[in-house]
Design a protein around this ligand. Structure first.
Ligand code: ZN
Length: 169
């Protein structure tokens, strides 16, 4: 990825999806009466939006602006964008452990994406920015790793609900 505008267009898409995923996870945690983890996810969504704004600003100041790419024109390493997370794993019984693990996976994929761009690009400015972004994603991953220590994996059978929410509340 040797063109700054192309790189920043990827960064914006990645942070968009990240913010969206965190809002979904926050809603899920609120629904399951876990306001602490919900608040963490709202904060992470906020960071993603700040990061997005930063990329938009850079694109406007240093390039002709963001590119208008079709979905198939994105150059992700995998099949989908690195920070999109496996939202199908969102389960109405999702525990903080599952939500935090899902978010951690996405942060690690984002970090790897930026690190890979930094390692392979021939554009000095792209390398510098990608390196910085990879560092920020690594920090996000560390925050989630710390939170995960407070929420151990649930016992087997955690998803067998003896009291479905429709009957409860
Ligand atoms: Zn992140």
């Amino acid at each position: 990825m040797n063109e700054l505008s192309l790189f920043l267009t990827h960064a914006v898409a990645l942070e968009d999806e990240s913010a969206e995923r965190y809002e979904d996870l926050a809603d899920n945690m609120e629904m399951h009466h876990n306001p602490e983890v919900a608040e963490l996810f709202r904060k992470m969504a906020h960071y993603s939006r700040l990061h997005r704004q930063e990329a938009v600003g850079l694109a406007e100041r240093e390039t002709g602006g963001l590119l208008d790419l079709n979905p198939w024109e994105f150059q992700w390493q995998g099949r989908e964008s690195p920070e999109s997370g496996d939202i199908d794993a969102t389960h109405y019984l999702m525990t903080p452990y599952h939500a935090l693990s899902l978010a951690l996976d996405a942060e690690r994929r984002a970090r790897d994406f930026y690190a890979d761009v930094a390692a392979r690009t021939t554009n000095e400015r792209v390398r510098e920015l990608a390196h910085g972004f990879a560092g920020e994603e690594a920090e996000h991953a560390t925050i989630l790793e710390q939170w995960l220590q407070r929420y151990p994996p649930p016992e087997p059978g955690w998803d067998e609900d003896p009291d479905p929410p429709t009957a409860a509340d």
